[in-house]
Design a protein around this ligand. Structure first.
Ligand SMILES: Cc1ncc(COP(=O)(O)O)c(C=O)c1O
Length: 382
């Protein structure tokens, strides 16, 4: 295991990736096994059943904990499974203060599934931390944030909100999917749990789903390990291996994502058919200073206002190199329509309340040659 003060790329490549002790294999083996031979009653080599633990999963969990600066990183079968596992730590009657701008699947599971089990949710605009303070109640367990938030790219001041939450005895959970630990490490600013859809930048190749909850306390780690074993929404050994392979190149990929993201955001901000660009790396972003304080790069998620559904539809239909589809964070550029895709479940009223229009198009800028991406967007915008 490299030292915590080794560089990011070094840690990403080596943490959890020590050569296999039995063969010397440099690439970690995929332990495709459901169970493990036991030597005698109660005597194992550390594993008894793959829902409870698997060596490939252990490697990934060590890797992700190390990268985010946590002590453990239980992984789940998708980002949404991780969100549900978090809520399985709660009791009926407890409350979450959540950001009003989140990936649409999160309020969907909160409102349409978990509220049926007695969990309570209040949504606030966390760009003003006082809104979080006002919404915290005696029964509030977590403040749940996503920064930058999908798809409007608003940021939350993590240090300010963490201070408020901690004073009131709540834990702060941050979805760090858009930035990855390469550009933002929420634990440094006071977050108690960091969530990722590993499906996105951590895996990086659009070939598997996954989720993680990076823990900062032994209590969280033990309880979530129990949820993995008891509820069972764990990540398969093969998908653990894919993410483990993905994080080896996270540093180089994120540098290129960021470089391309900046160029595309700048190009779009000067295009006459684009009304507005939402990207924290533009000096015109109202929270540009916070972005510089809290993040070490701006990433490659860019949202634009095309002015109407018809304009958005036209752009999405005309792109040739950019692929229209859900998801983000892969090496290939993906382009999507948040109102009818990722945020459809919010409904028209919910979308209007957060300023998400039918004319918005979200681009997850990949790491192709940026000139080719510009040429494609130029011809598609027409
Ligand atoms: C920011 C963010 N968080 C969470 C999720 C949910 O993750 P998954 O699709 O892996 O369940 C997504 C999915 O798009 C997302 O974009």
């Amino acid at each position: 295991m490299p030292k915590q003060n080794a560089g990011f790329a070094t840690r990403a490549i080596h943490a959890g990736n020590e050569p296999d002790p039995s063969t010397g294999a440099v690439a970690p083996p995929i332990f495709a096994t459901s169970t493990y031979a036991q030597e005698e009653l109660g005597v194992t080599k550390g594993y008894d059943y793959s829902r409870a633990g698997n060596p490939t999963r252990t490697r990934l969990e060590q890797n992700l904990a190390f990268l985010e600066g946590g002590i453990a990183a239980p992984v789940f079968s998708s980002g949404m499974a991780a969100v549900v596992a978090l809520c399985q730590l709660m009791k009926s009657g407890e409350h979450i203060v959540a950001s009003n701008i989140l990936y649409g699947g999160v309020p969907r599971v909160f409102n349409q599934v978990l509220s049926n089990f007695g969990l309570e949710f209040t949504y606030v605009d966390p760009t003003d931390p006082r809104n979080v303070e006002r919404a915290i109640r005696k029964n509030t367990r977590y403040v749940y944030l996503e920064t930058p938030a999908n798809p409007l790219m608003w940021l939350t001041d993590l240090a300010a909100v963490s201070e408020i939450a901690h004073k009131r005895g709540c834990e702060v959970v941050v979805d760090n999917t858009f930035m990855s630990p390469y550009f933002q490490q929420p634990i440094k600013f006071g977050a108690d749990i960091v969530m990722h859809s590993t499906t996105k930048f951590l895996n990086g190749h659009s070939d598997g789903l996954g989720g993680v909850l990076v823990c900062t306390t032994k209590e969280q780690a033990e309880k979530l390990a129990f949820i993995q074993k008891a509820a069972g929404a764990i990540l398969s050994p093969f998908e653990c291996w894919l993410v483990l392979r993905g994080t080896k190149t996270l540093a180089v990929r994120m540098k290129q994502h960021d470089a391309n993201g900046r160029v595309i955001a700048d190009f779009l901000s000067r295009h006459r058919k684009v009304r507005k660009v939402f990207y924290p790396g533009l000096k015109s972003h109202p929270q540009y200073e916070l972005a510089c304080r809290q993040m070490t790069g701006f990433g490659s998620m860019v949202t634009i206002e095309t002015g109407s559904l018809a304009n958005a539809r036209r752009l999405l239909k005309r792109v040739r190199l950019c692929t229209m589809g859900e998801s983000l964070g892969g090496v290939e550029t993906l382009i999507s329509h948040p109102a009818s895709m990722t945020h459809a479940a919010l409904g028209a009223v919910g979308r209007k309340a957060i300023g998400l229009t039918d004319g918005m198009v979200r681009i997850s800028v990949g790491i192709e040659d940026v000139e080719d991406l510009i040429a494609d967007l130029k011809q598609a915008l027409g």
